[in-house]
Design a protein around this ligand. Structure first.
Ligand code: LRH
Length: 479
């Protein structure tokens, strides 16, 4: 069919956006309808201050964005929502019971012990296929169970599913993101035996749907100014990383990708899972992809290291911005000593420059004194962690990696892209920056019949419309 319009709602851990996309067999254009910060909030809970998402605030920004789309495109065909993984809301009788916890909240540590006392990490890996992250939903659910929060709940919705529910009135669990709960079987069904073993009520979990399923239509009570009955609400790869991977203009048989936003998700796309002891030791995950593909990847800390450091410098009253610091950092010599960007101590919010300095001090080394020096060592350390995860992905999966694609906000960080090429020893192809919104829009467009084809067809369309920027590796190997 001809081109038509869909809206991609993409909520990242740092910022969210509503994108108006025009898509057809030869068309792929994005216009930003709204962009807003995602600012978590600390709330006193009687004995401690807990970190939550301001989900209702995000939702109201989403509605504003959709309102703007409606005014310019009353005939919009579809809306789809993706967001960061693992976090969820609990409901009773259709009502949200409280703002979801942030995965960086410290509460999850207790959940890890609770779960591992019942099921070994080896068995969890064999069944769920996930890398160990202390905030995987199953650990968070164990904390909720211990606190009694699950007693009143009769529904569990992951963040994008919750937004979809508020838009459509339909409660479902889209599979790519449901895979990050740790509660799915290798075949992509709820793991009933595991759910029972963990003492969770099976009825909490809604029906699973695949990306590309029509979930419903926009609730008329939202009073958005669309024509007629308004757009469909379509399930997309609702895990933001799953949507991003759809729009990586790569050949998965010979390339790795880095979806680089708050996190750097480094890996390859496979037809089936790889569940090996080596993969578990390297903390590689098998997350569900669109069209049944597997995202075999490792979480590296990502741009969070930069954004959280800048936040700290600004808290101290320094007038610094990412752009100016990167420009200054690029003029500095390459640091001789790097830190381990994978270290879990960098997970929690707070004074990251001090924690990085601590990492160096423990080894009798000195961290760079200036913010620009710190930015340079962060970029180089991230690039080294990216390169090492690319090598591990290739070794563990057997994919011969000839190029590395970087998509997301990191694709516009030239220093990072070049350093990654230098350290990986293969060319980096950077872009598109809005891969997640593009992947979201492409899956909707295919679902409503604006185009057809497999992921390779969708990726070819991305490649034709968003030519990547190429970074050649240094002639002398950098390690
Ligand atoms: C990136 C992301 C990532 C998850 C993390 C919680 O936004 O979804 O894939 O591991 O957030």
């Amino acid at each position: 069919g001809g081109a038509g319009a869909v809206a991609a709602v993409d909520l990242g851990a740092t910022s969210g956006r509503v994108m108006h996309a025009r898509v057809g067999a030869n068309t792929l254009e994005l216009t930003e309808a709204a962009r807003f910060l995602n600012t978590p909030v600390r709330v006193w809970e009687g004995d401690r201050t807990a970190l939550h998402w301001d989900l209702t605030g995000l939702y109201s920004s989403v509605l504003e964005g959709l309102g703007a789309v409606a005014r310019s495109e009353p005939g919009l065909r579809s809306v789809g929502v993706d967001a960061w993984a693992v976090d969820y809301g609990l409901l009773r009788d259709g009502r949200l019971l409280g703002e979801p916890y942030h995965y960086r909240d410290e509460r999850t540590a207790a959940g890890v012990d609770l779960v591992h006392a019942r099921v070994s990490p080896e068995q969890l890996y064999r069944e769920g296929g996930l890398q160990f992250l202390p905030f995987n939903s199953l650990y968070q659910l164990a904390v909720d169970q211990e606190s009694g929060a699950l007693e009143t709940a009769d529904g569990f919705l992951l963040v994008p599913d919750l937004i979809t529910y508020w838009l459509s009135g339909r409660a479902v669990a889209e599979r790519t993101n449901a895979s990050t709960t740790g509660l799915l079987t290798a075949r992509g069904a709820w793991n009933d035996a595991l759910i029972e073993r963990l003492g969770l009520r099976r009825s909490l979990f809604p029906a699973l749907v695949d990306a590309g399923t029509e979930v419903g239509s926009l609730l008329p009570s939202l009073e958005l100014p669309f024509a007629g009955t308004g757009p469909a609400v379509t399930a997309v790869g609702s895990h933001d990383t799953a949507s991003a991977v759809v729009a990586v203009p790569m050949d998965p048989a010979r390339a790795a990708y880095i979806s680089c936003g708050t996190w750097g998700l480094v890996g390859v796309e496979l037809e089936g899972r790889v569940v090996s002891d080596e993969g578990r030791a390297a903390n590689f995950t098998n997350e569900g992809g669109v069209d049944g593909r597997v995202r075999y990847l490792h979480n590296v800390m990502g741009l969070w290291l930069l954004s959280e450091s800048i936040r700290e410098w600004q808290r101290r009253g320094l007038h610094v911005s990412l752009e100016s610091l990167l420009a200054e950092a690029a003029e500095l010599p390459r640091p001789a000593e790097l830190f381990d960007a994978d270290d879990p101590r960098f997970l929690a919010p707070g004074d990251l420059p001090a924690r990085i300095a601590g990492w160096f001090a423990e080894r009798g080394l000195r961290a760079p004194a200036s913010p620009a020096g710190m930015v340079r060592v962060i970029v180089e350390s991230l690039a080294e962690a990216f390169a090492s995860a690319v090598r591990a992905a290739a070794d563990l999966s057997g994919v011969p990696v000839e190029t590395v694609h970087i998509v997301g906000g990191g694709a516009r960080n030239a220093l990072l892209c070049q350093a990654t090429a230098d350290r990986a020893g293969v060319p980096v192809l950077a872009g598109p920056m809005e891969a997640t919104a593009l992947g979201n829009a492409l899956v909707q467009a295919r679902a409503v019949g604006l185009l057809s084809g497999d992921l390779e067809t969708l990726r070819a369309l991305v490649a034709r419309n968003y030519a990547p920027v190429r970074y050649e590796p240094a002639r002398v190997a950098v390690r």
